[in-house]
Ligand binder design. Sequence first.
Ligand SMILES: NC(=O)c1ccc[n+]([C@@H]2O[C@H](COP(=O)([O-])OP(=O)(O)OC[C@H]3O[C@@H](n4cnc5c(N)ncnc54)[C@H](O)[C@@H]3O)[C@@H](O)[C@H]2O)c1
Ligand SMILES: O=C(O)[C@H](O)[C@H](O)COP(=O)(O)O
Length: 376
Amino acid sequence: MKIVADENMPYVDALFGDLGEIIRVDGRSLQAQQLSDIDVLLVRSVTKVNAGLLASCKNLQFVGTATIGMDHIDTQYLDSREIGYANAPGCNATAVGEYAFIAMLELARRFSEPLKDKVVGIVGAGNTGSAVQKCLEAYGVKTLLHDPFVAQSADPRAFVSLDRLVELCDVISLHVPLTKTGRHPTWYLFDEKRLASLKPGTWLLNCCRGEVIDNRALIALKRQREDIKLVLDVWEGEPHPMPELVPLTEIATPHIAGYSLEGKARGTFMLYQALMARLDKSGDKSMDSLLPALWSHAVTLNEQPEEKGLLTLSRLVYDLRDDDELFRQRFLNNNGFDLMRKNHKHRREFSALTLANNACSDVDWLSNIGFSGVGL
Ligand SMILES: NC(=O)c1ccc[n+]([C@@H]2O[C@H](COP(=O)([O-])OP(=O)(O)OC[C@H]3O[C@@H](n4cnc5c(N)ncnc54)[C@H](O)[C@@H]3O)[C@@H](O)[C@H]2O)c1
Ligand SMILES: O=C(O)[C@H](O)[C@H](O)COP(=O)(O)O
């Protein structure tokens, strides 16, 4: 079996090595002629999988994308050729949730405005939106949700309209797929008009897809309204963000909100499971053996951490300021955006840090946020 895999997908050798030959490729520049005799294609969000790429693959049985988003895959075309496919829903939801939560803690500290006093609006209440909500609620922050699809399901949570969310929230975090059609398209969901309606001092975070916000309108808004604070992980026109937008942000990163080691391992592992099911084989691999230990094993709490202490714990697991600094230095360099993504291997999730409780008081909320605990 011949397997072509994006070079930015870790753990492919460990999981797929027994199945056949593995060829690593640069997913963004992948060409049809590199794929003519392959059986399996494993991609990330930067590869457009469509008739143009696959027309000459006669043996192709399976396409896997180690991502949540599917907007880069022409599933109709795959269906028409009866090629199996899978994505990895939820694989990096915890990573995105923790990224957004840490970013909010960073802004709270920078502007001396406690996160605990804010109301946070979450647009899109699926896997990543729910992961942010989990961290916020565990910490005791009030959240409001907008999701017209989930609102009509049996989900017991309360939902508000987008207008109401924008009107009431101090912080808005975006977690929708990129859609151009259907009843509630998200392309430019935050257009010039919506952006103009943000209440004074709003913090706006985008960790989903760049084009959910009209980036030109965002630049125009920021030039008039210093009070709006931006956290952007995704950009219109990736891998070339509008250069004038970057200095207008508080935190800027190259589409790595989902890039925890755990999230990447989960993504590859979910594709392994999907391929094994497609081949009607039972897999003998497990995810546990893939991950290394965190550099610091445990931290002992002698007292209840306040917001500053919570940020300190978060930074032990993932210091978002490092990625922000590197991005500002490098995004304009040749291939800087993609190189930073390719070399991004340092990030862990809260669960990698074990907290020991010497404080006696109730610190269950820390395990609800996601930290591992001895006696929490
Ligand atoms: N920055 C990153 O690294 C990163 C990582 C993971 C996912 N993503 C992006 O984030 C998106 C969301 O991921 P997810 O795992 O939460 O997906 P999901 O499918 O679990 O949830 C998306 C939610 O958005 C809702 N939605 C759709 N249209 C909406 C609209 N107009 N208004 C409000 N809600 C709407 C859906 O009903 C769904 O509940 C993905 O599609 C992907 O594009 C980015
Ligand atoms: O949709 C997703 O899952 C995310 O956007 C994902 O983290 C993108 O990462 P990539 O596949 O580009 O490495």
